[in-house]
Design a protein around this ligand. Structure first.
Ligand SMILES: Cc1ncc(COP(=O)(O)O)c(C=O)c1O
Length: 363
C-alpha cells in the first residue's frame, strides 16, 4: 500500500464548502487587500496564542525579514541562528546585509544549543533567531535569559510550530517577535504563501504594519523604505476557517507521534528527535536519526512509505551561507547525515499507520 508523505486535500476537504461560500462574499465585496477577513484573522490568531497582536504577512520568510528590520538589524550586525534549519529562517539576515553567526544544535530535538549561543556572542551580536524545529520548542528559558542579560532581541521562528507550547505559553509569544509561515504543508497551512508575526505589545505592531505596506500608514506617504509583504485576504479567509481545528489536529499528530516513539523505544539504530520536558511539541514533522540511513531508506522505499530528508545539508554548507561558515557544527552535521522524516498528519488512517509501524520495527 503506497503511503504518501503528505495528503493536503485530505486535510483541506473539511473546509471546502465553507471556503467557497465565504469566497463568494469576499469576491462580491472585492475585499482582496486588507479588509474584514484579514483583520479578523489577525485578531483571532493573536487571541488563539494568548498574545497582544498579530501582523499577517505574505510569507514566513517575509515575517522573519520584517521582524529583523523592526529589530533594527542592519549591515554588519550579527544574528545568531541555528546551523540546522530551513534556509528561509536566515534569508532576512542576508537581505539586511547582516551576518549570520551559526550556533550548533542539540541532537535530542534539533533546536539551537543555548550553550553554543553563549560562545558565539560578540560585541556585534544584536539578535538571536531561534527555530522551533519540526514543532519542538527551542530552549526558550535559557535563550530569554541570555537575551535579557546581553540586551539582545529574541526572535522565534515558529514557522513549524503553530499551537505548540513552552512552559504553558504558546510558541511564538515568548520572544520579542514570533514568526509563522502558513505555507500549505504547515500545521496551519493556507492555500498558498502566507505568514504572520506575533507581538507581545500592541505598540510593536504599528511599525510592522507600516513596513509590510510600502512603509506607509497613509496612502502615498511612505515614512521609510517599505515592502509589499501583505497577506492576501483569501488566505486570511481560509486560515480563519481552519484555525479552530488546530488544537485537535495537533492532538492527533501527538497521538501518532507517541505511537511511533513507543515503537522505537530501545531501538539503537533509529533514534527519534523529540521535545524537551518543558514543551509541548506541535509535531509538525516526525524526524529520526537513522544510524544506517541508506538501509532504512531502502526499507521505506520497498514498503512504499513516503519520506523526506529534512534537511540534507547544514545551513553553513549551503552556497549562499558558505562565506559565513566558521569551523564545524558537529551536531548539525550529524543530523544532516542521518535524518529522515516520516509521514505525520492528522488524516493518516489506521492501516497506513500500521504500515509505518511495521517499517519502524524492521528498520
Ligand atoms: C523553519 C522555517 N522557517 C522559515 C520558513 C519560511 O516560510 P515561508 O515558506 O512561508 O516563506 C519555513 C517554511 O517554509 C520554515 O520551515
Amino acid at each position: 500500500m503506497p503511503v504518501p508523505f503528505l495528503d493536503l486535500y485530505a486535510g483541506n476537504r473539511r473546509y471546502e464548502a465553507a471556503f467557497f461560500r465565504e469566497l463568494k462574499n469576499l469576491y462580491r465585496q472585492s475585499a482582496f487587500i486588507g479588509g474584514p477577513w484579514l483583520e479578523a484573522f489577525e485578531k483571532e490568531f493573536a487571541q488563539s496564542a494568548g498574545t497582544a497582536d498579530c501582523v499577517a504577512t505574505s510569507s514566513g520568510t517575509a515575517a522573519l525579514h520584517l521582524a529583523l528590520v523592526a529589530a533594527g538589524i542592519g549591515p554588519g550586525d550579527e544574528v545568531i541562528v541555528p546551523a540546522f534549519t530551513f534556509p528561509g529562517t536566515a534569508w532576512g539576515i542576508l537581505y539586511q546585509g547582516a551576518i549570520p553567526v551559526f550556533a550548533d544544535v542539540l541532537l535530542k530535538d534539533g533546536c539551537i544549543d543555548p550553550e553554543d549561543v553563549l560562545r558565539k556572542i560578540t560585541r556585534r551580536t544584536k539578535a538571536i533567531l531561534a527555530v522551533h524545529l519540526f514543532g519542538h520548542p527551542a530552549a526558550l528559558n535559557p535563550l530569554e535569559k541570555i537575551a535579557r542579560e546581553r540586551r539582545l532581541v529574541l526572535i522565534e521562528d515558529a514557522a513549524q510550530a503553530h499551537g505548540g507550547f513552552y512552559q504553558g505559553k504558546a510558541l511564538g509569544t515568548l520572544g520579542d517577535f514570533g514568526c509563522f509561515s502558513f505555507y500549505p504543508t504547515k500545521n496551519l497551512g493556507g492555500l498558498g504563501d502566507g505568514g504572520a508575526i506575533l507581538v507581545k505589545r500592541k505598540s510593536a505592531a504599528g511599525r510592522l504594519r507600516r513596513l509590510r505596506d510600502h512603509g506607509q500608514r497613509r496612502k502615498f506617504s511612505p515614512e521609510e523604505v517599505g515592502f509589499n509583504a501583505r497577506m492576501n485576504a483569501i488566505q486570511a479567509l481560509f486560515l480563519r476557517l481552519k484555525l479552530p481545528s488546530l488544537p485537535d489536529d495537533n492532538a492527533r499528530r501527538t497521538v501518532l507521534a507517541r505511537r511511533y516513539l513507543s515503537a522505537l523505544e530501545g531501538n539503537p539504530s533509529l533514534i527519534p528527535l523529540k521535545p524537551s520536558a518543558e514543551g509541548i511539541s506541535a509535531w509538525h514533522s516526525f524526524v529520526l536519526r537513522a544510524r544506517r540511513r541508506s538501509d532504512f531508506l531502502r526499507v521505506l522505499k520497498t514498503r512504499g512509505i513516503g519520506h523526506q530528508i529534512y534537511y540534507p545539508a547544514t545551513l553553513p554548507a549551503l552556497k549562499p551561507f558558505r562565506p559565513f561558515a566558521k569551523g564545524r557544527y558537529p551536531m548539525a552535521e550529524e543530523l544532516a547525515r542521518s535524518c529522515v522524516a516520516l509521514p505525520l498528519y492528522p488524516e493518516l488512517k489506521e492501516p497506513v499507520v500500521l504500515e509505518i509501524l511495521k517499517a519502524l520495527a524492521q528498520g
